[in-house]
Design a protein around this ligand. Structure first.
Ligand SMILES: Nc1nc2c(ncn2[C@@H]2O[C@H](COP(=O)(O)OP(=O)(O)OP(=O)(O)O)[C@@H](O)[C@H]2O)c(=O)[nH]1
Ligand SMILES: [Mg+2]
Length: 306
């Protein structure tokens, strides 16, 4: 099946993604076959508050990339509901224009209560999409609190989407968000107040990080995902960031950060699962006071039965 994915077979990709996301026994074998292609796509993280227009923008980006002949994958990280749940259904309807296009693959990921909404399976899903031949992978997350920071451990380029009506939110924006965003987008620039929102953001950025990240000047772009206004500039900004990552060596550092995250999420899940699978055999000891919780925990971590 891995060979089929590598030859661009969409059905095989869909099956592989399911196996990876469900953490089936075949997932590791698939990922090993896919991994040589890792790092070949620009992974673009789209985050920002609910309703900012992330899905509308994602749909636009997909259309523009397809027009440019690029192959695109979309992963929608849905922190609240399962794949068939309400929250993503609306999104799916909005981007389904592309559903019949063989150069686009869209999948939503339920997050199963992982902190920050990212489980290690998202990395496996990215490996599969890259093996299938994606040039760009767009990862949409709902940004609440720490989620934006987590997306930076998955994506190469982080786009933070806000709107003119969210001025107060800009004021209150956590320093963490300022640091991880590579491009700021003020969406709904067709509404009033966009200029002020843009200049407020620029001021906040100027105060927050004078030196910039490795010579990258974080742009603040006004767009309307609805009308298409400002999208060519955004596309150019995304390409420019990809070039910056290549030329400065920052891309390599980000890949390292992504692999570190993938491996550590994988390890912690495995250790946790293995340890907890022995839990029941120790509970009687505890009730009978033959052992104590720290000793039981230490034994479980060593993987020993006693
Ligand atoms: N006026 C205006 N409305 C927009 C624009 N872009 C998106 N919208 C509207 O804003 C609403 C939310 O858009 P979505 O794309 O679903 O926003 P989202 O950020 O994906 O929302 P969640 O996934 O729920 O966090 C929809 O009603 C869109 O039609 C825009 O550029 N201008
Ligand atoms: Mg959305």
């Amino acid at each position: 099946m891995a060979r089929l994915v590598l030859s661009g077979d969409t059905g095989a990709l869909a099956r592989s993604l399911s196996l990876i996301i469900d953490e089936s026994g075949e997932a590791d074998v698939l990922i090993r076959s896919f991994f040589p292609k890792s790092g070949s796509a620009q992974k673009i993280g789209i985050c920002g508050p609910p309703g900012a227009g992330k899905s509308t923008l994602t749909g636009r980006l997909v259309a523009l990339y397809r027009k440019a002949g690029l192959k695109v994958g979309v992963l929608a990280v849905d922190p609240s509901s399962p794949i068939s749940g309400g929250a993503f259904l609306g999104d799916r309807l909005r981007i389904q224009d592309h559903a019949t296009d063989s150069g686009v693959f869209i999948r939503s990921l339920a997050t199963r209560g992982m902190v920050g909404g990212v489980s290690h399976t998202i990395f496996g899903a990215i490996h599969a999409l890259e093996a299938w031949g994606c040039d760009r992978i767009v990862v949409e997350t709902v940004g609440t609190g720490q989620d934006e920071v987590v997306i930076a451990r998955v994506a190469d380029t982080v786009v933070y989407v806000t709107t003119p009506t969210m001025g107060d939110e800009i004021q209150a924006m956590k320093a963490g968000v300022m640091e991880v965003a590579d491009l700021f987008v003020v969406n709904k620039a067709d509404l009033s107040g966009a200029h002020k929102a843009i200049s407020d953001l620029k001021t906040a950025l100027g105060l927050g990080r004078e030196a910039g990240c490795g010579g990258w000047q974080t742009p603040v772009l006004g767009i309307s995902a609805l009308s298409g206004q400002g999208l060519p500039e955004l596309l150019a900004g995304l390409d420019e960031h990809a070039r910056h990552l290549r030329d400065s060596g920052e891309g390599r550092e980000r890949l390292k950060r992504q692999y570190r995250e993938e491996v550590s999420l994988y390890v912690s899940r495995r250790v946790y699962q293995d340890a907890l699978s022995q839990m029941d055999s120790h509970l009687d000891e505890l009730v009978d006071h033959k052992s104590d919780p720290p000793s039981v925990a230490a034994r479980m971590l060593r993987g020993g039965a006693n």
